[in-house]
Design a protein around this ligand. Structure first.
Ligand SMILES: NC(=O)c1ccc[n+]([C@@H]2O[C@H](COP(=O)([O-])OP(=O)(O)OC[C@H]3O[C@@H](n4cnc5c(N)ncnc54)[C@H](OP(=O)(O)O)[C@@H]3O)[C@@H](O)[C@H]2O)c1
Length: 267
């Protein structure tokens, strides 16, 4: 019997974590979402008594502390696995190379803010809010969902020069994870940055420019993995991520691992 809390559980990879975990009735699953009334997650909760939907915004310390209190009331103050998955980006600047970023303090803050708020500050606040629960849990695992886009060797080989704020944030997340791993090792808590692969989480039909961007990215990703043909589905990504989380031990704490459990097969 294990308990899991997942942030950013309203859609995409976060929702798929919830979907796969609630299938085992022995699990207690806490879906942390900004809007608990959102259709998919409330429908899922109506079918699974082991799913609890909790309101929580990772960019608001008060909100995420309240979410941790609500979680503690459900799980008797314990949590086995925390998965910090929430992410936001400034879409308008995703395609910019670093040399195209503006000489404008306000504009640059706005470009970095969504990523930093969810990935860095959100990662800290979520981890710190749930830490007392994880300390009392049996598995003692904390996972931050990161990306190979923050791996320097991957960037160099693929030539992916855009998505600057996103990648810089996730690189910071990886360091933050290593810091937590160093601090929490004496308590037996394992902390992991986990890349889910290249996953199709687009909802509805893709506009032509997104299809075009995916095709361009595929060509670059094939420089890393020539066999890569397309994005994988959330089902495959999350199934593999859950296996990595299941096998997470002290030896891998503090690392960035792929959904395949290594530091090579990112795609
Ligand atoms: N998809 C990929 O190919 C890929 C590749 C590498 C890494 N990743 C990472 O995997 C994770 C999930 O990706 P995804 O593609 O599933 O993303 P997504 O579809 O954009 O979903 C992001 C989730 O984060 C939530 N969120 C945003 N701001 C939040 C906040 N302030 N507080 C709480 N939740 C917030 C969103 O909730 P709302 O519905 O409330 O906005 C949503 O549930 C992210 O960390 C991403 O960086 C994805």
């Amino acid at each position: 019997m294990s308990s899991y809390a997942i942030t950013g559980a309203s859609k995409g990879i976060g929702q798929e974590f919830v979907r796969q975990l609630v299938a085992d009735e022995a699990n207690t699953v806490l879906a942390i979402v900004r809007n608990p009334a959102s259709r998919d997650i409330s429908e899922l909760a109506s079918k699974h008594p082991n799913l609890h939907v909790i309101k929580g915004d990772v960019t608001d310390p008060k909100s995420i502390l309240e979410a941790a209190s609500a979680a503690a009331a459900i799980t008797d103050g314990k949590l086995d696995v925390l998965i910090h998955n929430s992410n936001a980006v400034d879409m308008a600047s995703m395609g910019y190379n670093p040399s195209q970023l503006p000489f404008d303090a306000q504009a640059i803050r706005e470009i970095f803010e969504p990523s930093f708020s969810t990935g860095i500050y959100g990662g800290l606040w979520t981890t710190n809010a749930f830490l007392p629960l994880v300390e009392k849990g049996t598995q003692k695992k904390i996972v931050h969902i990161s990306t190979a886009m923050a791996d320097v060797t991957f960037i160099n080989k693929t030539g992916v020069s855009y998505a600057v704020a996103y990648s810089v944030t996730k690189a910071g997340m990886n360091v933050q994870v290593a810091k937590y791993a160093a601090e929490l090792a004496p308590k037996g808590i394992k902390v992991l940055a986990l890349s889910p692969g290249w996953v199709d989480t687009w909802e509805g039909e893709k506009p032509a420019e997104v299809v075009q961007a995916d095709e361009a990215m595929l060509k670059q990703f094939q420089l890393w993995e020539p066999e890569c043909k397309a994005q994988i589905l959330p089902e495959e990504s999350v199934g593999k991520c859950l296996r990595v989380i299941e096998h997470l031990d002290a030896k891998d704490s503090g690392l960035l691992l792929s959904h395949n459990g290594d530091q090579l097969t990112w795609l």
